[in-house]
Design a protein around this ligand. Structure first.
Ligand code: HEC
Ligand code: HEC
Length: 358
């Protein structure tokens, strides 16, 4: 008991105050400096930022009111439609082609579809970024939220491919499942060139093992145990008692690792940004979201002490988090939905055109 409660505050503290500097255990002086400048030099609270950029926000608020906040470059939409007949299945590995050719192809595709938001230089400052509530990723710092790799590590190629294919729920980041796979892999190769130390650090990007969900996932016992864990691990400090993203720390979180406001996720509103499946919830709290206050709990669950944390508890926590989702139309329960992953995904497909203000 003591062990856990000592461990957690330290862990979250580290995340909340210096999200970037926790990338990996190896000291990286340049990174640490950049991180301090980016996140902690001056702690700007979300509210102050809101005031500071009132002009841009007012514009966004106006668009939001009209329910049209999504930025969808016409060219992207048209091209995606034209590609509707393209094969959709994801291959596990990129096709073999000389790297320089792949990167050149990736650059062309990137400049057509991605630079409007992420910037020609990959710095997240494309022309559209000023209008967006959730800012496009800056690829130059090598810090990625959505990964299957340990806290602090780079994502794998498969992680990038998945994000590009599925997009990011609840943000303007579009899905690109209609782009030919070869082009998506070329994008992966090109994104990596924005961070010069990729090749050097890539070896630490080893995915964690996500076991198969147990049959008890979503059972009342599992949900009840998950609730205990939610309280024990103090997830509610940020995510709120009822999981609405409104815990006591939510309003005081420092800017994220890229200098933007951040907001704990509201579990009641459906699919996570990174996916709708139980595995996505599991992966998120085992790896953490680099650059944000969302910590990794791998240390806790990988070493169950048999008392406060028991083997299999990670899935109980998943059961509880998923039970917080508002029942989809038709009122299916998690247990029923867990057997029908496709329906689950469909029921949870969050409307993309309602970005949430951080
Ligand atoms: C309309 C704006 C927009 C366009 C166009 C766009 N993105 Fe994004 N992208 C975003 C936003 C906003 C985020 C940040 C989501 C977040 O932080 O929660 C993002 C996040 C990402 C991430 C996740 C990074 C991480 O932290 O894990 C990747 C990878 C990415 N974009 C790649 C691309 C690629 C490749 C393209 C072109 C095919 C593209 N994006 C087009 C807005 C856009
Ligand atoms: C110190 C604050 C903090 C604590 C404590 C915390 N989180 Fe989070 N969490 C966040 C923030 C901030 C985000 C949103 C990051 C973003 O969207 O960029 C988040 C996002 C998430 C997401 C959504 C990921 C996605 O893809 O959208 C899940 C799931 C999650 N947290 C689970 C948990 C669980 C389970 C616990 C407790 C074991 C927990 N969190 C504790 C801050 C916290």
């Amino acid at each position: 008991m003591t062990k856990i409660s000592e461990q957690i505050p330290r862990q979250t503290e580290r995340n909340a105050t210096s999200p970037l500097s926790q990338r990996g255990e190896r000291p990286r002086p340049e990174r640490a400096t950049a991180a301090r400048e980016a996140c902690c030099g001056s702690v700007v609270r979300p509210r102050e930022r809101l005031v500071a950029s009132r002009g841009a926000r007012a514009l966004v608020a106006e668009r939001h009111r009209r329910g049209r906040e999504r930025f969808a470059p016409a060219v992207l939409a048209a091209a995606l439609l034209a590609l509707a007949a393209a094969p959709r299945e994801a291959r596990a590995t990129p096709p073999a082609a000389p790297l320089a050719d792949t990167i050149a192809r990736g650059k062309a595709v990137y400049e057509m579809y991605c630079a409007g938001c992420h910037g020609v230089n990959g710095d997240g400052k494309g022309p559209a970024s000023a209008m967006l509530l959730v800012k496009p990723r800056d690829f130059t710092s090598g810090v990625y939220k959505f990964r299957s790799t340990p806290n602090g590590a780079l994502p794998t190629d498969a992680d990038l491919f998945r994000t590009i294919t599925n997009g990011v729920n609840r943000t303007s980041m579009p899905e690109s499942s209609l782009l030919p796979e070869r082009e998506r892999w070329a994008l992966v190769a090109y994104l990596k060139t924005f961070y010069p130390r990729w090749a050097e650090e890539e070896s630490a990007a080893i995915p964690i093992h996500v076991p198969r969900p147990p049959a008890t996932l979503g059972s009342p016992e599992s949900v009840a145990r998950g609730r205990e864990l939610y309280e024990l691990l103090d997830c509610g400090r940020c995510h709120g008692d009822a999981g609405r993203g409104d815990g006591p720390s939510a309003a005081t979180l420092a800017s994220d690792g890229w200098g933007n406001p951040q907001k704990p996720f509201d579990f009641t509103k459906g699919a996570l940004k990174s996916g709708a499946a139980p595995e996505d919830v599991y992966r998120t709290f085992m790896t953490g979201l680099n650059g944000t206050a969302m910590p990794s709990y791998a240390d806790v669950f990988d070493n169950p002490n048999g008392e406060s944390i028991r083997p299999g508890d990670a899935w109980n926590l998943v059961s509880y988090i998923m039970s917080l989702r508002a029942a989809p139309r038709g009122g299916a329960t998690l247990a029923a939905r867990a057997d029908a992953p496709d329906q689950l995904a469909a029921a949870d497909a969050a409307p993309r055109d309602h970005q949430e203000a951080p």
